[in-house]
Design a protein around this ligand. Structure first.
Ligand code: ADQ
Length: 743
């Protein structure tokens, strides 16, 4: 019924247009034909009159009426010329052919010839009346009245009219046919498309909708994207991210879909010790950030099993429930040989990508064999993700630079998975990245992800520019997205953070004064000591050497601090298999010894270098005991130590000195922001922190604590997962629209 209505709505105006065309076009056509022929007949008449002028003049002047009559009768034998008459100069009909209607006087003939149609109806039929001077160079014999037959004009006009009518009918028919077909198709497409959306069904169909509906699909896509952007912006205003909110987000926006995390470092390492097997938490910013998220969503974490007792504790599927005391999620361990670890982890990831991305004056090394191992291990993890996936569209969180190729490898096997790749370290500029021989492969691998996350907008921009430089991709800066080989990837900044301590947690902390007493007792420090701490993995990017130089400078320029200023550096051993790390460690040891020799004595050591892993409580105690925490990274994606120090100081005392090259400097603006390369500037900051009045410390620390509490790790994960949820919803709607447009 609807279709019929639609067709009528198209057909009626069309028919009306055709009738009007027939009423106007046909008479107009008749008029035009008559005018054309009149013009032709007048021209012809002028020619005839000119040709006869001399002969008529001869006939008149010789007085031979027979000759004139014969001339006229001969002329009137022409097929078209019906009759001919000669008017004298005073308009008297002096001679005419036999069939000339004598009732047509000269004056009347002139009158008719002046009318546009020049038509005269005679009993024998219609004629065209033309009046032409019969004059030549030597003669002026009067005026000729020429009567031309008009029946042939009428015949031709009728023929033209017939053809025109047939043409108009034909045209109308073709237009109606096209209109009906288009109306039918459009209506069906719209109806089924809208019905599909209302029914809320749909499966991904790789087919494209019919071309006439492509604009609609693009429009739907653009609107959804705008809404997403708007929502993301408004979300920034919401505060209070906590485990409950994250859990509810997982159940509402992700409808409880499975979450799989992939990282190189495992959240718990089982080691065999003298007292049996113990589970240790590694010193890692990534583990610190992702572990609370996994506890909240009870998914599966896939990681390299690197502990000496890791194999002993897993089940037949290489899985173990963690945390050990109260399991919340599964840890699936992946095994690799020493040689594989050497190539993939130490080689490509840590001798290649780590220095490449940090641009920290250590040259990256790229070896073909490392690249092969990297690819092989990435594939092994991708296969594990596929094994662990319960459905065809899990949410997979791929962590860090060890797995640049993983997104594409997972997408190849699970095209409907939502893959979030988070890059925990900085992304360099395109020129620096260009050093990598496999730059294109790495970018292509990463662009298999649905969303790629960095800590800062600055790193996002570097990444987008790098893709722009090395791949043929379409970049939409407005939506911060990259389309590569028909796949769209969102590039977004998600500043990582820590789990803000709950009241139950902080309630059991010893008071700051007690922490200070214990630490001072352990390190045998006089009570009036100003204590500065640094806590890092023992890595050349963390700026440990720069700190030592600044301490030396402080003790040189402010000798009154000698004996009263102590710097404790806690450095967790890391990547010790690599030469670069071993030499760095030796160098730090040498410089510390030298400073201690120069400024220390048997009771006083300005530098305490503690090269060991500390448990969380021990670090917390140290942070609470210190007067300041020194974070001087030469380049750092974020730096969680700075946030941990802030979280530990519920007494709102203590000063944070923070490198401006750490991502954290963009959020923690109330810290003393420094350039770690500038020795004196850093030494000044140490002095300023050591002498900062308590009220100023309170003001700064209070503001810092508000920031870290609000921008906590649940917000980091929540924003990312919320984006994933919206992306999945968008993909579902798009698939539905496309599906029903096919129908
Ligand atoms: P990391 O380079 O490991 O992380 P960071 O963010 O400072 O750097 O995190 C280190 C973690 O290890 C912290 O949780 C810290 O407490 C812990 N840690 C350090 N020394 C320790 C020790 N001696 N004993 C025990 N624990 C220790 C990478 C990037 C960072 C980014 C994080 C998270 O390099 O820029 O902030 O990932 O994305």
């Amino acid at each position: 019924m609807k279709t019929l209505q639609l067709q009528l709505r198209f057909l009626i105006p069309l028919l009306v247009a055709l009738v009007i065309a027939a009423l106007v076009v046909l008479p107009l056509m008749d008029q035009l034909t008559l005018r054309w022929f009149s013009r032709d007949l007048n021209t012809r008449g002028t020619l005839v009159a000119g040709a006869l002028a001399d002969a008529i003049d001869d006939g008149v002047s010789s007085g031979s009426s027979a000759r004139l009559q014969a001339l006229f009768d001969r002329a009137a034998r022409d097929e078209r010329l019906v009759a001919i008459g000669l008017c004298s100069n005073d308009d008297v009909l002096v001679r005419h052919s036999a069939n000339y209607p004598t009732s047509l006087k000269c004056l009347e003939a002139r009158e008719i010839a002046r009318r546009p149609d020049q038509r005269l109806e005679l009993p024998t039929g219609a004629v065209h009346v033309g009046v032409h001077p019969a004059s030549s160079e030597r003669a002026n014999a009067g005026t000729l009245v020429l009567l031309h037959d008009l029946s042939f004009v009428d015949r031709r006009s009728q023929d033209t009219r017939q053809y025109l009518i047939i043409f108009i009918i034909g045209l109308g028919f073709v237009i109606s046919l096209i209109t009906m077909v288009v109306a039918q198709l459009s209506w069906r497409g719209w109806v089924s498309g809208m019905r599909a959306i209302l029914r809320g069904e749909g499966l991904v169909r790789p087919l494209l909708p019919p071309p006439e509906l492509q604009p609609v699909v693009s429009e739907v896509r653009a609107r959804l994207r705008d809404l997403e952007d708007e929502f993301r912006r408004s979300e920034g205003l919401v505060t209070q991210w906590n485990p409950e909110r994250l859990r509810s987000l997982l159940h509402t926006q992700l409808r409880g879909d499975q979450v799989i995390v992939v990282s190189n470092r495992e959240p718990y390492i089982h080691e065999r010790g003298p007292n049996g097997i113990i589970a240790k938490r590694p010193a890692s910013g990534l583990v610190t950030a992702v572990e609370p998220v996994m506890r909240a969503c009870s998914g599966t974490w896939i990681a390299h099993g690197s502990g000496s007792a890791d194999r002993e504790v897993v089940d037949a599927g290489d899985r173990i429930g963690v945390p050990p005391q109260a399991p919340d999620y599964w840890l699936r361990r992946i095994w690799m040989t020493e040689q594989e670890e050497q190539g993939y982890y130490y080689g490509f990831a840590n001798e290649g990508l780590w220095p490449l991305c940090h641009v920290a004056h250590v040259r990256p090394v790229f070896r073909e064999s490392d690249w092969e191992a990297y690819r092989k291990i990435n594939q092994r993890f991708a296969d594990a993700v596929v094994q662990e996936a319960r459905g065809e569209d899990p949410v997979v969180l791929v962590q860090d630079y060890h797995f640049a190729l993983l997104p594409q490898m997972i997408a190849a096997q699970l095209p409907r998975a939502t893959i979030l790749a988070f890059w925990h370290i900085p992304w360099p500029n395109p020129e620096s990245f260009g050093i990598c021989p496999w730059r294109r492969e790495i970018l292509q691998g990463m662009l298999g992800a649905t969303i790629i996350g960095f800590h800062t907008r600055f790193h996002c921009r570097n990444f987008i520019e790098t893709v722009d430089r090395y791949l043929e991709a379409r970049i939409e800066h407005e939506h911060s997205s990259i389309s590569y080989q028909d796949k769209e990837t969102l590039i977004e900044s998600y500043p990582i953070s820590i789990e803000w301590p709950t009241q139950q947690m902080s309630a059991v902390w010893p008071p700051a004064s007690e922490c200070r007493r214990r630490v001072f007792e352990r390190l045998k420090l006089p009570v009036d000591t100003c204590l500065a701490v640094g806590v890092d993995r023992f890595d050349y990017t963390k700026g440990i050497l720069e700190r030592l130089r600044a301490v030396q400078s402080l003790l040189e320029t402010h000798p009154d601090w000698r004996g009263r200023f102590v710097f404790v550096q806690v450095a967790a051993p890391t990547r010790s298999e690599l030469d670069e790390y071993r030499t760095f460690r030796e160098r730090i040891q040498r410089v510390s010894d030298r400073i201690n020799q120069r400024f220390g004595n048997e009771h006083y050591q300005p530098i305490h270098l503690l090269v060991e892993h500390h448990e969380r409580d021990a670090l917390n105690e140290l942070f609470r005991a210190a007067n300041m925490c020194v974070v001087t990274s030469l380049h750092d994606g974020m730096n969680l130590v700075s946030k941990e120090f802030v979280a530990a100081r519920d007494d709102e005392q203590g000063v944070l000195i923070l490198s401006r090259f750490a991502g954290a400097a963009r959020e923690l603006t109330e810290a003393l922001i420094v350039n770690p390369y500038h020795v004196e500037e850093l030494a000044d900051a140490l002095h300023r922190a050591a002498t900062m009045p308590e009220p100023e410390q309170r003001e700064r620390m209070g503001a810092l604590r508000m920031t870290v509490r609000e921008y906590n790790v649940y917000r980091w994960a929540g924003r990312m997962l919320a984006d994933a949820g919206r992306w999945r919803m968008r993909a579902r709607i798009e698939a539905r629209v496309q599906r029903y447009m096919q129908a």
